[in-house]
Design a protein around this ligand. Structure first.
Ligand code: AMP
Length: 216
């Protein structure tokens, strides 16, 4: 199964990706996670990416596209993958089309997690991430047992720099100007499925699974 997850920042792409990759034995490829991993390790890529990420901007297409091309060529992607956070521009979508053609595969479904802005803002201001294992919590909707401490590994829970309100509002603006046009792009290809992202994550996942069963 070859799946793309689209949606505004904080629409729940990461959560859905985690739930879905449990049902489908395919790798979860998140460009945001790849960048954050590089930032944490202090690589050159991480330093470069952080110049953009910390300002709520997209990392330039040529950098992001190169990373995705390398990742999708790896062996574990032969039977499918779930892309979370890529593509994010029409240029990236066109690049992906070319890459998939080279690889001889086709996207089965593009799932758009549709979530109103006020829900996104509420989610983002309460989101906390474990510094060590990257588990995601929410101060109200999914609190850890002990405040500030990860249930899974005991790591420290922090707010992502780009989740701070001012940066988040910039990310939302970037989403509307650069990523939302992808909905038309995939609608024209008849691959787009919209799912309500404002409800319970498990319910959203079950709706997505039903769509994937229909196309699969
Ligand atoms: P995410 O975790 O998917 O919200 O990504 C965090 C940040 O990484 C985004 O706000 C962007 O700055 C950057 N990023 C992630 N994916 C992409 C992409 N496909 N193109 C450009 N920048 C990206």
């Amino acid at each position: 199964m070859y799946i793309i997850l689209l949606g505004a920042p904080a629409a729940g792409k990461g959560t859905q990706a985690e739930l879905l990759t449990k049902s489908y034995a395919i790798p979860h490829i998140s460009t945001g996670d790849i960048f954050r991993g590089n930032i944490a390790q202090g690589t050159l890529l991480g330093l470069k990416a952080n110049e953009y990420i910390s300002r709520g901007l997209l990392v330039p297409d040529e950098i992001t596209e190169g990373i995705v091309a390398d990742r999708l060529r790896q062996d574990d992607c032969r039977k499918g993958f779930l892309l979370d956070g890529f593509p994010r521009t029409v240029h990236q979508a066109e690049f992906l089309d070319g890459l998939l053609k080279d690889l001889g595969v086709e996207i089965d479904a593009v799932i758009n997690i549709d979530t109103p802005d006020h829900v996104l803002i509420e989610r983002i201001t309460g989101r906390r991430v474990c510094e060590s294992c990257k588990a995601v919590y929410h101060v109200k909707a999914k609190p850890s047992r002990t405040e500030g401490v990860c249930d899974k590994c005991g790591g420290k829970l922090v707010q992502r720099e780009d989740d701070k309100e001012e940066t988040f509002l910039k990310r939302l603006k970037t989403y509307y100007s650069q990523t939302k046009p992808l909905l038309d792009y995939y609608e024209k290809e008849r691959k787009l499925f919209n799912v309500d992202g404002s409800t319970d994550a498990e319910l959203t996942a079950s709706r997505i699974i039903r769509i994937l069963e229909d196309v699969g």
